[in-house]
Design a protein around this ligand. Structure first.
Ligand code: FHN
Length: 448
């Protein structure tokens, strides 16, 4: 009876999982995801006609804050005359990011490249009058950074896209006008094919999948088309479950997520695109904390910048990227190639582990008073270094009792001069891949 129930449950699961995912060989996938898993930091770029700065990206259309015409008129200010893709790429590289994701097209349908599939683009409908993706792709690749393309499945202003307003009738019903819907899907596919064939990006970052189902978007076909010539391409999850990794937005997981690969996307202030008057920047310290929080939970941070319509990057954003660069270059060993750390019960700090599991990194976003307490380690500590300095930390081990299974507690003294001005990192070198005691104490049974 139980076997039948299990078989039925498995069969149901097989139907629920899209075919392409069921066929996926886990080893192949792990290989494909390797660079992404090690990269840890990416820079997101929201750039489009909304970068004029009066309102947010695309949403004023849907929320009826602007008419489609008024919204699209913003394109008149999209000059890109200060756009320096080499400078952008250098800054991204300097921050320590290993990949970048740029909005090739947001929900407003404005394409940053010279698309032949439609007329709404930087080339055809703005004073920029040129392809802005081509030089960016080249500059990014010259810096050795992985190239990611954000692409919105939604295109609210287009006549053959069904939805346009949050409250208001849809343009049409896709069940009643399947050809019109197919026309739109063909348009999206043609654009994606252009991006794919011209630049073979390392990653696609889909967005806007919530308006239709996987079947309606024909998600399986899109992914198959993108993998035809580019089988190693990484795809985010926002294509109704057909992607490779999850993308929590503006929120870092509180507990270690179930999914293996993930990335939190995060604004520096309260906006994705440039917005006049949004000075609510998170401090470099706050953003570095968030970055370390992602590392500690085994994920990546995709940190957003919003250049202006002329292509200049706000000074506040440059300063944050540079401060990330200072910190990431100093602490590289405790960033790239690490995996999620140990449970927070063991030390009052963020932690991660090296690949072998025998170095425990402890990130201290504060100045410790006297010492840092590390408990429940069955593995023995051989040495403790302060990462990015030539200093070691001394420690004392208390309550290391011969009859008890409960390991002794380490009290680590971090030299004052070795403290980082933002987040100090300790590398605790163990005699073996970390083993933890997860019990709740023991009473004496025998003594010496
Ligand atoms: O609607 C967009 C939003 O404008 C922005 O692009 C973010 C970035 O993750 N994604 C969407 C909402 O999830």
């Amino acid at each position: 009876m139980r076997i039948i129930k299990t078989a039925v449950a498995l069969a149901a699961l097989a139907i629920a999982i899209p075919a392409i995912q069921a066929q996926e060989n886990p080893e192949q996938k792990a290989q494909r995801m390797e660079w992404f898993a090690h990269a840890k930091l990416g820079i997101f770029i929201h750039w489009g006609i909304y970068s004029k700065g009066d309102d947010s990206e695309s949403w004023p259309i849907f929320n009826a804050r602007m008419t489609v015409d008024d919204y699209m008129k913003q394109a008149e200010c999209f000059t890109a005359d200060k756009y320096d893709p080499a400078e952008w790429a250098k800054l991204i590289k300097e921050s320590g990011a290993r990949y970048t994701v740029i909005t090739t097209k947001h929900h407003d349908g404005f394409a940053l490249w010279d698309t032949r599939a439609g007329d709404v683009s930087a080339v055809k409908s703005s004073p920029a009058k040129r392809d802005l993706i081509a030089p960016f792709a080249e500059a990014v690749r010259n810096e050795g950074i992985k190239l990611g393309f954000y692409y919105s499945l939604i295109d609210w202003p287009r006549y053959d896209y069904p939805n346009v307003l949050r409250s208001g009738p849809a343009r049409y019903d896709i069940e009643k006008e399947p050809e019109r819907w197919q026309h739109f899907l063909d348009f999206n596919s043609a654009q994606l094919r252009e991006l794919d064939r011209q630049w073979h990006p390392d990653l696609y970052w889909f967005d806007g999948d919530w308006e239709f189902s996987a079947e309606q978007w024909k998600a399986a076909d899109i992914v198959a088309m993108l993998r035809e010539n580019n089988p190693q391409v990484v795809i985010n999850s926002r294509i109704q479950g057909y992607g490779d990794y999850d993308t929590p937005e503006l929120g870092i997981p509180v507990v270690k997520p179930q999914y293996k690969w993930w990335e939190t996307c995060m604004t520096m202030n309260d906006s994705w695109g440039f917005r006049i008057g949004d000075d609510d920047y998170k401090s470099p310290m706050t953003l570095l904390r968030m970055f370390v929080d992602c590392i500690a939970h085994g994920g990546n941070l995709l940190l957003d910048i919003g250049p202006r319509a002329d292509g200049s990057i706000p000074d506040e954003e440059k300063a944050i990227l540079k401060e990330f660069g200072r910190w990431t270059s100093k602490h590289a060993e405790a960033i790239y190639g690490t995996r999620a750390g140990i449970p927070a019960d063991h030390v009052a700090a963020y932690t991660s582990l090296n690949e072998a599991g025998d170095i425990l990194y402890i990130y201290l976003p504060y100045r410790p008073n006297e010492s840092v307490e590390l408990k429940g380690l069955k593995s023995r500590v051989n040495n403790i270094r302060v990462v990015g300095t030539d200093r070691n930390a001394d420690w004392k081990l208390y309550n290391d009792i011969s009859w008890s299974e409960v390991p002794g507690v380490y009290y680590i003294e971090v030299p004052e001069e070795a403290l980082d001005e933002r987040i100090t990192v300790l590398a605790v070198e163990l005699d073996e891949p970390v083993r933890l005691y997860r019990g709740s104490g023991q009473i004496i049974s025998i003594n010496e």
